[in-house]
Design a protein around this ligand. Structure first.
Ligand code: 5GP
Ligand code: ZN
Length: 112
């Protein structure tokens, strides 16, 4: 966990363009945005990925949706894509669970 990039952002050891934070959740812009609006919503708690969510995490994982939805609406979007990647073959590169929200362009389906 010590070398987890997002734990370092949570701890303030690495800077991030933060949009929101509270005792449970942190929201910051993605460093390599894939849409005009692209931010990440993460729990402060280190959870490796979607497959590692336990019953104790249910509340905070629901909170990611509520907070992320509020922020993307505040940024003026009602059409957006939410993504959780689980595992490297699905595109997960940071192994601290994070919810992507992408908005501001048309999205394709199926995703790549
Ligand atoms: P994943 O590919 O694991 O689903 O998503 C990780 C995301 O974190 C990527 O979209 C990547 O651009 C973003 N990211 C990686 N390093 C940093 C960083 O240091 N700061 C910020 N803000 N985002 C990062
Ligand atoms: Zn972490």
């Amino acid at each position: 966990m010590n070398d987890c990039l997002f734990c370092k952002i949570v701890a303030g050891e690495i800077p991030a363009d933060k949009l929101y934070e509270d005792d449970d959740v942190l929201v910051f812009r993605d460093i390599a945005p894939q849409a005009p609006t692209h931010f990440l919503v993460i729990p402060r708690k280190h959870i490796k990925g979607p497959a590692d969510v336990t019953i104790d995490d249910e509340q905070v994982i629901g909170k990611l949706l509520r907070i992320g939805g509020d922020i993307v609406a505040r940024e003026g979007h009602s059409h957006y894509r939410i993504v959780f990647n689980n595992g490297s073959r699905a595109g997960q590169t940071v192994f601290h669970i994070h919810m992507h929200i992408l908005a501001g362009r048309n999205m394709n389906w199926p995703p790549g």
